[in-house]
Ligand binder design. Structure first.
Ligand SMILES: N=CN[C@@H](CCC(=O)O)C(=O)O
Ligand SMILES: [Zn+2]
Length: 427
């Protein structure tokens, strides 16, 4: 797929949808607001250029409009494009053998202690050429498009040295320039301690702050800064040091928090004013309350817990405590090699006690909030980007019901159709 741009004033009409699920709003929905997804039956959407111009109610006349293109949406449901707000999209090499080790009973930490895990992908990414990283990145974005994703967050963190971290981020910039999807980039040099800094995590943090982050900032290569705050990786103290330095440089903040051990990453996310804290399998009641209070988006990553055979984050409790919960894939080469939104939907609804309305909000408006874009994407509101997905069934309730299968028929990104499943032929 190559980048497509809508002509400035081109008018597109998505007509007579069985349902339009607007998820209307310009900021994260918290707690019980997550159930409010704003369903309109029988409406149409008018798109002008790359923006949503108007939502037409059933029966509202379209006679004086002269659209350049009309898509008949009878029997279909239109949703905002999904925002995959947590991925590790760009990496070199694969770790299929580790999946097999996990099946034999090795834990994520066992594998990490044997030199597998993140460090294994660091090796692969340092060795990989820019071109290979770019080509695989393009294919992965194509695959995400088929699942109805229109915006993707992508982290560095498989370089762990200046040269490779910058290479990963430059690849993301090239992907943004060449693929129709939008990328939000995150610097995650503090993803693991590289072998050359073994036992010297605090020194590595200083290296990132002094040598790497200023260059990332100067070249505008990342908007967010993230850290793996975890036992045997980066302590709360080290994470606080890096995040406060990042904030002072103008990065927005994210954390991989309380994934394996309850370390206090959720509390730290609230303290430093992070936009989101992610994973949260072990988050304490205090941490969850602090995130709700501070307005930190709590991002749950069900496919990772599933793949690691761990229990799931307490999404129900988070929602009851008034958190804004986002749902993302965590696509990465190790703990979770999947870009499957249908899998995330199946797990959140069947295993995490989330209602489908909450999951839809988590994948759209709250995903957008997790990447600081709730004002621009994540809902069907006039003025927002025309990132719209037509699903093949007449109601959003079919989306989880078709278990593990994508219901996406057409994807419209910035007002242009970029995917049409009905045109795919079985030969
Ligand atoms: N938990 C830390 N980082 C990644 C795993 C990356 C990997 O295993 O390569 C995650 O979000 O799951
Ligand atoms: Zn991650």
């Amino acid at each position: 797929m190559t980048k497509k741009k809508a002509e400035d004033n081109r008018i597109l009409l998505l007509e007579n949808a069985s349902q339009i699920v607007t998820v209307s709003g310009f900021e994260a929905k918290k707690g019980e607001q997550m159930q409010d997804i704003g369903v309109i039956e029988g409406g149409s959407i008018l798109v002008k250029g790359d923006r949503i111009e108007k939502i037409l109610m059933p029966g509202e006349s379209t006679r004086d409009l002269v659209p350049d293109e009309v898509i008949d949406c009878r029997g279909k449901t239109i949703l905002p494009g999904f925002v995959d707000s947590h991925t590790h999209l760009v990496f070199g090499g694969y770790r299929e053998n580790e999946y097999n080790w996990r099946l034999r009973g090795d834990s994520y930490v066992d594998i990490m202690n044997r030199g597998g895990g993140i460090i294994n992908s660091v090796r692969g990414t340092r060795e990989a050429s820019f071109e290979i990283l770019f080509e695989t990145g393009m294919k992965r974005l194509d695959s995400m498009t088929r699942f109805g994703v229109t915006t993707v967050e992508a982290k560095s963190g498989y370089g762990l040295d200046k040269e490779t971290e910058l290479k990963q981020l430059e690849v993301m910039k090239a992907l943004q320039d060449n693929h129709s999807l939008d990328l939000i980039t995150t610097f995650m040099g503090a993803h693991s301690i590289p072998t050359e800094y073994k036992g010297r995590g605090a020194e590595f943090i200083e290296y990132l702050i002094e040598e790497v982050m200023p260059v990332v900032k100067e070249r505008s290569l990342a908007e967010f800064c993230d850290i793996f705050c975890e036992k045997n990786v980066f302590s709360v103290e080290e994470s606080r040091r890096l995040l406060n330095a990042a904030k002072a440089m103008g990065f927005k903040l994210k954390l991989h928090a309380d994934e394996i051990v309850q370390l206090g990453g959720s509390e730290l996310a609230a303290e430093v004013g992070a936009v989101s804290a992610d994973h949260l399998l072990q988050a304490s009641d205090e941490g969850i309350n602090a995130m709700a209070e501070a307005g930190v988006v709590a991002t749950v990553l069900p496919c990772t817990a599933f793949s690691l055979k761990e229990h799931y984050a307490r999404a129900r409790y988070m929602i009851e405590r008034g958190c804004a919960v986002a749902v993302a894939t965590d696509f990465n080469p190790g703990s979770c090699f999947t870009e499957s939104i249908p899998l995330a939907i199946a797990l959140t609804t069947l295993q995490m006690d989330m209602r489908i309305e909450e999951v839809i909000t988590g994948l759209t408006l709250n995903g957008a909030a997790a990447v600081g874009r709730a004002h621009e994407i994540g809902s069907i509101d006039p003025g927002k980007k025309a990132d719209l997905v037509i699903h093949e069934f007449p109601s959003y309730q079919y989306i989880p019901y078709h278990i593990g299968v994508s219901t996406v028929e057409k994807v419209i990104k910035n007002g242009r159709m970029i995917f049409d499943a009905s045109k795919i032929e079985i030969l």
